[in-house]
Design a protein around this ligand. Structure first.
Ligand code: ZN
Length: 311
């Protein structure tokens, strides 16, 4: 039965992938507190993992060519990240192999103070040495002018996301059943991936901020003016509005989404990713028809697992 569910999800997702697509791999190695994994049986919690895949699909239309990170003899790379389940502080990852056009995100979750939803980061390099091609792939994935105060592009290996298990998450692929007091897991996952893609973190992001405003060309065009930021400069200001297919919606990359709401990427959010340097195409937003198929596949998974819980 589980194989069948996987097949349905994959069939839906393949339809949304353009020829050249950004692939996001989720790694559950450090899911040591059972947020995505049944710790008793070791079985994946498919319903939750499927939502991460759905979140990644909102970026699958980014068509940048990211060079592979392939350590050869003489190359050395160690990156330190926060443990995705907050188990024992930081962890060091050595000589990771990351395929072209692919990011790897280590995920986990654990209980923390209520109110916090999650956080993401890409860690920092303890060592990155070897051939120029290798160190360039580690630092920028082959993107031009991606480092420094006047950077215009961005490349990254991936990162980590921690989710706060101490929330009554809505794990649905659609918004049905999303109720006041239940934060939407899809919204938070998509938001956190946005930070790994450089929103509020890339040099090219900071290069386009000015005194509490973001001045990237695509974003200013989408918004009509420079866009106010939160006090850390890492999000749009709270309540910043844009649209999804012409319908007004609060931006996904403002600091928080009220529990009970679903806020997926708006026109302004995608414009910012273009300003950070991503090749954002029209296909960044799945076509309505293929999106409906994707949803249908995921809903079957969700229904099947609900039945299972009842039984
Ligand atoms: Zn955030």
């Amino acid at each position: 039965m589980k194989r069948l569910h996987h097949a349905l999800v994959l069939a839906g997702l393949m339809l949304t992938q353009p020829a050249q697509a950004l692939t996001i791999e989720f790694d559950y190695t450090y899911d040591t507190k059972g947020f995505f994994t049944d710790l008793l049986t070791g079985a994946p919690i498919i319903e939750r993992r499927a939502i991460l895949t759905q979140a990644a699909s909102f970026y699958s239309g980014f068509t940048d060519s990211l060079s592979a990170i392939t350590p050869q003899t003489g190359d050395q790379w160690s990156v330190q990240i926060t443990h995705p389940s907050l188990g024992g502080g930081a962890i060091t990852l050595n000589n990771l192999d990351i395929a072209a056009d692919t990011l790897r995100i280590y995920v986990g979750g654990s209980n923390s103070a209520p109110g916090v939803l999650g956080f993401a980061d890409s860690g920092y390099n303890l060592i990155a040495s070897g051939s120029e091609a290798f160190t360039d792939a580690v630092a920028t994935r082959g993107q031009e002018n991606a480092i420094g105060a006047s950077a215009t592009d961005y490349g990254v290996w991936g990162g980590m996301i921690w989710f706060n298990a101490n929330n009554s998450w809505h794990f649905g692929s659609d918004a049905a059943g999303l109720m006041p007091g239940t934060p939407d897991f899809l919204t938070t996952a998509t938001h956190e991936i946005g930070h790994i893609l450089g929103f509020g973190s890339a040099d090219s992001w900071w290069a386009q901020t000015d005194n509490g405003y973001f001045t990237g060309t695509n974003s200013v065009t989408a918004y009509g003016d420079a866009i106010p930021l939160d006090r850390f400069g890492a999000h749009w200001a709270t309540g910043t509005m844009s649209t999804v297919e012409g319908v007004p919606q609060a931006t996904m990359m403002d600091p928080s989404t009220p529990a009970g709401n679903r806020e997926l990427p708006t026109l302004l959010d995608y414009a910012a990713f273009a300003d950070i340097g991503w090749q954002v195409t029209a296909t960044a937003v799945p076509e309505p028809e293929t999106y409906a198929l994707l949803m249908a596949g995921l809903m079957l998974v969700a229904r099947a697992s609900r039945r299972k819980q009842v039984a």
